[in-house]
Design a protein around this ligand. Structure first.
Ligand code: PEP
Ligand code: MN
Length: 339
């Protein structure tokens, strides 16, 4: 932390601030410049409240130097993390991880048909919501445990690990019983008690960015999971709320290089929630891999016109297969592999 003093501050003001720094267990270093005097606080400032120093006389502003996140930060772990998600599949290594499947599990025929189709097209894992967070309470909210059973059946038939959303703390043991990866949705990124409960299962967690969360808030949410002794966090950008109307959300692909710089955790992209339109999904998938994403989570439905949720943004198995073929070329161009 650097504490910048106001112009015209006295020696006494500076000494007082230096005292406040020492009082917090940190070392102080006063640097007198031509225009300004600053006090550098040296040590781990995350362990004490530094912000109160702003109220001391003649303090202009506080400039943090260390990122507030610790376990998730690259300062602490410079090498990228590789997260195993079951059946030999990993996220964050040289090989991409493409997760595909319907928005919601609807019935046995639907999930098994889609699971086999995405597997044949080269998907590495299967998605499907059994508990669906719906903005509109009158819409389909998922099959619940029956949906989880169908996902387990699809895993048994295809060998694909299964990713599904957990919406509340009381659902955690049940969902963890069936799923290989727990998905925490955008609406729950700030649900800190749920993050803790998911972290305690030890299962890999796919954490979606809150639609109005900053990068720092996103990584601090990951920190909640990791602080439970669970390092297996996969970050997922799924678009943020902006003024735009031609998309459902604005897919902020710039977060990929930013996360790679700030954190060792893998980041994947959800171009389906991220755009809201099937026609945009292949190009945004290509762009994400070109920009260095570790994988994708894509909504695929064999009958999008009759999908119970998110049909407008679901691509068909055929489009998914074409996209996978294109992704293999892009992956090779950026030093990654799709298979
Ligand atoms: C989903 O993946 O279907 C979903 C509801 O995601 P999000 O939490 O990103 O809206
Ligand atoms: Mn969806």
């Amino acid at each position: 932390m650097i504490i910048v003093m106001k112009p015209g501050c006295s020696q006494e003001d500076v000494s007082h601030v230096a005292h406040l720094v020492r009082e917090r267990g940190l070392k102080d270093m006063v640097i007198v410049g031509t225009d300004r005097t600053v006090v550098a606080a040296i040590g781990d400032e995350r362990l004490c409240d530094m912000t109160a120093i702003e109220s001391a006389p003649m303090v202009d502003k506080l400039v943090p130097i260390l990122a507030p996140y610790k376990a998730a930060s690259r300062e602490v772990k410079p090498t990228p993390s590789v997260i195993p998600i079951g059946a030999g599949v990993e996220v964050g290594g040289r090989k991409l991880c493409v997760i595909a499947g319907p928005c919601s599990v609807e019935n046995e025929k639907q999930i098994l048909t889609i699971a086999h189709a995405v597997k044949n097209a080269g998907a590495h894992a299967l998605r499907g919501g059994a508990f669906k967070p719906r903005t509109n309470p009158y819409e389909f909210k998922g099959l619940g445990e029956d949906g989880l059973k169908l996902l387990a059946k699809a895993r048994a038939e295809t060998g694909l690990p299964v990713i599904t959303e957990v919406m509340s703390i009381d659902q955690v043991p049940l969902v963890a019983d069936y799923a290989d990866v727990l998905q925490i949705g955008t609406r729950n990124m700030h649900n800190f008690n749920l993050l803790v409960a998911a972290g305690r299962t030890g299962k890999p967690v796919l954490l979606k960015r809150g639609w109005s969360a900053t990068l720092a808030e996103f990584l601090l949410a990951a920190e909640y999971i990791m602080n439970e002794g669970n390092p297996n966090v996969i970050l997922c950008e799924r678009g943020i709320r902006t003024h735009e109307t031609y998309v459902r959300n604005t897919l902020a692909l710039g977060i990929i290089p930013a996360i790679k710089r700030e954190s060792h955790l893998p980041i994947i992209i959800d171009p389906s929630q991220g755009t809201g339109h099937a026609y945009m999904v292949p190009s945004m998938s290509r762009a994400a891999i070109a920009a260095g994403a570790d994988g994708l989570i894509i909504e695929v439905h064999s009958d999008p016109e009759h999908a119970m949720t998110d049909g407008a943004q679901s691509i068909t198995p055929q489009v998914f297969a074409e996209t996978m073929a294109q992704l293999a070329l892009i992956a090779a161009a950026v030093g990654r592999a799709a298979k």
